[in-house]
Design a binder for this molecule. Structure first.
Ligand SMILES: *Cc1c(COP(=O)(O)O)cnc(C)c1O
Length: 213
């Protein structure tokens, strides 16, 4: 259920820090999304293609849909007509497919490059070298807007802080080559305050706003 009190508290905190909020609404109903929408929320994050493409037509058109997390290349076509920002481009194959589908839809799709910063094996993303070496000019219908990363799911706050600082440093480096890549998306319900202190300017928060899934 949408927790208005928590939402208002978080948005105050984020406004003061000039950090953008993506409200992660995966597995949440259109009614719950509308409750947040009525409080002024416009950026929502989803990470299941089928769920997103069935919810999107039922909800207001001015919602900016962020696809967060791992996206399979063969599913890009379903979200390409309307997605606002694909957070989590983690392979060149995916980048190529997004470019192709963007062209088909006669649009430019905004993307973030996902960087692997966690010590865990399971998190997706490019290494630093890979991400710096891609020739983004090959994908003119993709607009690279910044970087995204996920820290280890860990109680060890020093580890999480270190991983976020690594990503922040990579973002500075990336921006020197790609000046328009302003976004640094890092931080979720459990670690967003640590992420903001490390320099995040976009957080993806689900359970704190909508309750557990
Ligand atoms: C689910 C998810 C989130 C939000 O997680 P919460 O812990 O509920 O805030 C953020 N980012 C990604 C990539 C996710 O899959």
């Amino acid at each position: 259920m949408f927790n208005k009190e928590a939402y208002l508290k978080i948005t105050d905190q984020l406004t003061a820090a000039q950090v953008q909020l993506v409200a992660v609404s995966k597995l949440k109903s259109p009614d719950e999304i509308l409750a947040a929408y009525r409080e002024g929320q416009r950026d929502f994050g989803e990470n299941y293609v089928q769920e997103l493409s069935s919810k999107q037509p039922t909800l207001p058109e001015d919602i900016r849909w962020h696809f967060i997390g791992h996206l399979q290349s063969n599913k890009v076509k379903y979200i390409a007509p309307f997605v606002y920002l694909i957070q989590g481009v983690d392979s060149e194959k995916l980048l190529k497919e997004i470019n192709k589908q963007a062209l088909k839809n006669n649009r430019i799709i905004k993307c973030l490059i996902q960087v692997h910063i966690a010590t865990e094996e399971t998190k997706f993303g490019f290494s630093e070298d890979e991400m710096m070496q891609i020739d983004y000019r090959l994908y003119p219908n993709v607009e690279i807007c910044g970087l995204m990363g996920m820290a280890s799911f860990s109680e060890d706050i020093d580890l999480v802080r270190k991983e976020f600082s690594t990503l922040k440093a990579l973002h500075v480096k990336f921006k020197s080559k790609h000046p328009n890549a302003e976004i640094l998306s890092m931080g979720m319900s459990g670690d967003y305050e640590t992420a903001i202190k490390a320099g995040s300017n976009m957080v993806r928060i689900g359970s704190l706003i909508f309750g557990s899934r």
